[in-house]
Design a protein around this ligand. Structure first.
Ligand code: TYD
Length: 212
């Protein structure tokens, strides 16, 4: 019998309400043996890399550099934190994962190297040990314009260098998540242009079923 814990990712555009949904899931699953973790970050080394990637005002980066930094952080996070938990039978709920790398670094950035990065992504992903591959991605989907307004209103939230990209960037990120689902499967979209309670009802239904 496969005793491996389920690996579930919650992802979506900046401003999709993901943070609120994670808090609601944490409340719902309080006291249960579920590991909540996040990317970029989730292990000490990956948290170091997170600071390097997300800082505003530091040295300039680019899509290729970020692509590999996100994968480097992921290597530390999965080897040191996610895989040991899954192997002990603990389900893992991860805030963002490689779906974000695909949507932001490839589709959002549209760098000259985008086609090459797409090929690299497929190659990395297809060769990955099974423990790196989530059982399910839940992607919160909404028009980029609505997400943009939400981000503008949310003064309390610290803005990363991706938050402050123009609307067209986030429109491409939305398309990137759709392409990710078409290419790699295992993805369910949740309409994020609704109240947090409505979204939570759908997300909880999906998570409860996945956790079995
Ligand atoms: P964070 O402050 O964690 O924001 P959020 O609450 O929106 O998740 O910042 C993470 C940022 O990094 C977010 O803008 C998405 C981006 N990102 C990528 O561009 N590629 C990736 O592979 C990952 C994991 C995140």
């Amino acid at each position: 019998m496969d005793k491996r814990g389920k690996f579930i990712v919650l992802d979506g555009m900046d401003g999709s309400g993901k943070g609120t949904q994670l808090t609601l899931l944490q409340e719902k699953l309080a006291g249960q043996n579920v590991l909540f973790t996040r990317e970029p970050g989730g292990s000490p080394k990956a948290e170091d890399i997170r600071k390097m990637i997300l800082q505003t005002g530091g040295p300039a980066s680019n899509a290729v550099c970020d692509f590999f930094l996100f994968w480097a952080a992921r290597g530390s996070h999965v080897q040191d934190v996610v895989a040991p938990a899954l192997e002990q039978g603990t389900p893992v709920l991860c805030d963002r994962y490689d779906s974000s790398t695909y949507a932001f670094q490839i589709f959002g950035e549209q760098a000259r190297e985008a086609e090459w990065l797409k090929g690299m992504f497929a190659q990395i992903r297809n060769g990955l040990p099974a423990v790196y591959k989530p059982d399910l991605y839940i992607v919160l989907d909404l028009p980029a314009e609505v997400a943009f307004e939400r981000r503008a209103k949310d003064q309390a939230q610290e803005k990363s260098k991706f938050d402050i990209k123009p609307l067209e960037y986030h429109q491409r990120v939305r398309e990137g998540f759709k392409q990710f689902a078409a290419e790699f499967g295992s993805t369910q979209f949740v309409d994020a242009n609704r109240t947090p309670e409505e979204m939570h009802a759908d997300i909880w239904g999906i998570v409860e079923k996945a956790l079995g």
